[in-house]
Design a protein around this ligand. Structure first.
Ligand SMILES: Nc1ncnc2c1ncn2[C@@H]1O[C@H](COP(=O)(O)OP(=O)(O)O)[C@@H](O)[C@H]1O
Ligand SMILES: [Mg+2]
Length: 232
């Protein structure tokens, strides 16, 4: 699962870029968008016009899991389970999610779950089903404090395997507080990578082709290194 304590940190960006890096090694990767009501990953993956059914339709019995999960046109190893836009998933609970993930686990090498920014039911349900967490923070005090709070929430749910990345780092942030050392000490879990603020990443998101696929060499290398550390 990929999570953060503040919107805009780069949770969805990390999700789709890690998906591409892992898919390019030949692994079958499912991106599961848990931002119920306000979905993201269909646009970042260039699959907006492909979405017919979603997580809510599957949980509500409207369609099968096979119908809800769609395959990317640009990378045959990437699949997306979109969540509903503008509405909730009323019947969702730990049991229905566990049953769903049990089915999905056997079909994919990696399932990357893009989490919403709150300590609500979707974060809790996801934590109960996840093997590992990637926490995303920016070098901002508010984001660090809240991402640490999310990390501790996951710990309380028994999710010990947690690492974090610092996103949107610039020359200026490096020369000011909070320092990278302070961020690391505060987060108190292993650092899996540092990502520069780079307009290329945003432009790629808008084009629906993640930077790990088509961005600068620097972007590709950064996401590759983070994926390698997480999977190791
Ligand atoms: N390293 C980066 N450099 C520049 N822009 C970024 C970077 N990471 C993310 N963004 C941009 O920041 C915005 C928020 O990113 P997003 O991944 O949607 O955040 P979240 O899912 O945490 O709300 C998007 O416009 C995205 O393109
Ligand atoms: Mg997001």
């Amino acid at each position: 699962m990929v999570a953060s304590g503040k919107g805009g940190s780069g949770t969805s960006t990390l999700t789709v870029n890690l998906a591409f890096v892992l898919a390019n090694t030949g692994a079958r990767v499912l991106v599961c968008d848990m931002n119920v009501g306000l979905r993201n990953d269909d646009i970042y993956l260039g699959m907006e016009n492909r979405v017919l059914f979603d997580l809510g339709d599957y949980i509500g019995g409207v369609c099968s899991l096979e119908k809800a999960v769609i395959r990317s046109d640009s990378n045959e190893n990437i699949y997306l389970l979109p969540c509903p836009q503008g509405k909730d998933v009323p019947g969702i609970n730990s049991q229905s999610m566990k049953e769903m993930f049990d089915k999905l686990r056997s079909a994919f090498d990696f399932i990357i779950i893009d989490c919403p920014v709150n300590i609500g039911k979707f974060l809790e349900i996801t934590a109960e089903n996840a093997d590992a967490a990637l926490l995303v923070t920016t070098p901002d005090f508010v984001c660090i404090r809240n991402t640490d709070a999310v990390s501790r929430k996951l710990e309380s749910k028994g999710l010990r395997n947690r690492v974090f990345v610092i996103n949107k780092v610039t020359e200026t942030t490096l020369q000011n507080e909070p320092s990278l050392e302070w961020i690391s000490q505060t987060m108190d879990i292993p650092l899996a990578g540092i990502i520069s603020f780079d307009e290329d990443i945003s432009l790629c998101n808008n084009r629906g082709v993640p930077a790990a696929q088509e961005g600068s060499l620097y972007c590709v290398k950064t996401f590759l290194e983070i994926a390698a550390r997480i999977v190791a």
